[in-house]
Design a binder for this molecule. Structure first.
Ligand code: PLP
Length: 405
């Protein structure tokens, strides 16, 4: 049997994607990735074990942090970080409305109150001035999201947190490999949460990681991810271990597995190379769409920043959106065989948060305005140059046709 080239692997039900349809995302899974997972499966150790430890140590090194703790998802990473930092009922945590629901939900999981601060419309990131406006004596943490893989204004956020003596937990689900100057995301806040979900920059199918320089925090996270046990199974079931253990608190079941870690280790080796390809595609998009600057607004990173280019959030300018609303633009792209997505429905517009906090829409006008006009274009290493040109051709043709009087 001839091996299938990696480019033929498509996640989920993607195998029946039509040949002429360019999906919004396809994960890069190489033959080396597959061999690494197969070797882990053959090793006889499936759950948390030596490969998790190795992945944690290589990951920590890659983001410039002292420690990294692997968990089952980025959602668990944020949740456990808040628990470990002692955040709970009576506390408020500030985050952005332009994020995935999980960022808001973890705040509620610890019994704290979600407080939203609107975005800066040019960067699409949480606006530090809005954070300041929302601070109260109950504010117990700030949870900024590096939306799209473009780093937040961390120096202002850290300054605010420092004067309020509260921690910063970063949602870096999009931001692996991003940096501000020489400071890599993962080495900046009190704890940083990463995602290895199937669509993220590196993937293990599902999975997450917390990086931190605080050894006590890392030790507590290691206990919290596995039932609050005083030592993990790997140490109990090997020659080095003994059967005894204690449970010191009501912990969670959020550990990672060795066969996922095998995939993570293999993907981590290609992280910089894959990010380079993302950057190349993003720059190609920006130079092409830059010519239609009266119709389209391209994403751009602040100076001195290395973006992870997780997303390519293209904005229709108001004039264009008036003649061709965002949803119709997406439909036109679908007709041309191009998959897209929208990141995100601002979370205060989702039923749960409306009900719980009484939001009716209009509370965060900048996030709402951006949401109305934004489209995420396909951006992933498996895209061929011809795919990139096809997206450019379709976007420019649709935009130009819609703008003609
Ligand atoms: C994907 C994502 C998450 C959740 O990651 P999981 O690993 O699926 O839990 C959290 N925040 C943002 C911004 C995301 O895009």
């Amino acid at each position: 049997m001839t091996p299938t080239p990696a480019s033929e692997y498509i996640s989920g039900s993607g195998q029946d994607v039509e040949a002429d349809f360019l999906p919004f995302h396809r994960p890069s899974v190489s033959e080396d990735d597959i061999d690494a997972v197969a070797a882990a499966l053959r090793s006889g150790w499936l759950t948390h074990g030596p490969l998790c430890r190795q992945f944690e140590s290589e990951f920590a090194e890659s983001v410039g942090a002292a420690r990294a703790v692997s968990v089952s998802s980025c959602t668990a990473a944020m949740h456990l970080s808040l628990v470990a930092l002692g955040i709970g009922p009576g506390d408020e945590v500030i985050t952005t409305p332009l994020t995935f629901s999980a960022t808001g939900q973890v705040i509620e999981h610890v019994g704290a109150k979600l407080v939203l601060a609107d975005i800066d419309p040019s960067s699409l990131q949480i606006d530090p001035k809005e954070i300041e406006r929302r601070l109260t004596p109950r504010t117990a943490a700030i949870l900024p999201v590096h939306y799209g893989g473009f780093p937040c204004e961390m120096s202002s956020i850290l300054e605010i947190a420092h004067s309020a003596s509260i921690p910063v937990v970063e949602d870096a689900a999009h931001a692996q490999g991003a940096a501000i100057g020489a400071n890599r995301i993962g080495s900046i806040g009190s704890a940083t949460a990463f995602s290895f979900y199937a669509t993220k920059n590196i993937t293990t199918g599902e999975g997450g990681m917390i990086s931190t320089d605080d050894h006590d925090l890392a030790d507590r996270l290691e206990s919290l991810r596995l039932h609050g046990m005083s030592k993990d199974a790997w140490l109990r079931y090997t020659r080095r271990g003994t059967w005894g253990y204690d449970v010191v608190e009501p912990g969670f079941k959020a550990n990672f597995t060795d066969f996922q870690a095998a995939l993570g280790l293999s993907q981590l080796k290609r992280e910089a190379e894959m990010r380079e390809r993302r950057t190349f595609i993003a720059e190609r998009y920006s130079s092409a769409f830059g010519e239609l600057f009266d119709l389209l607004e391209v994403p751009h990173a602040a100076e001195d920043v290395t973006p992870a280019w997780h997303l390519y959030p293209l904005r229709l300018k108001r004039r264009l959106a008036q003649s061709l609303p965002r949803d119709d633009f997406i439909k036109a792209l679908t007709v041309q065989g191009i998959g897209t997505s929208v990141h995100f429905i601002p979370i205060h517009l989702l039923s749960h948060f409306r009900r719980r906090y009484g939001y009716t829409g209009g509370e965060f006008p900048r996030a709402e305005d951006v949401f109305e006009r934004i489209i995420s274009l396909p951006l992933y290493p498996l895209m061929r140059d011809s795919d990139v040109e096809r997206v450019i051709e379709a976007v420019t043709t649709i935009a130009a046709a819609a703008s003609r009087p």
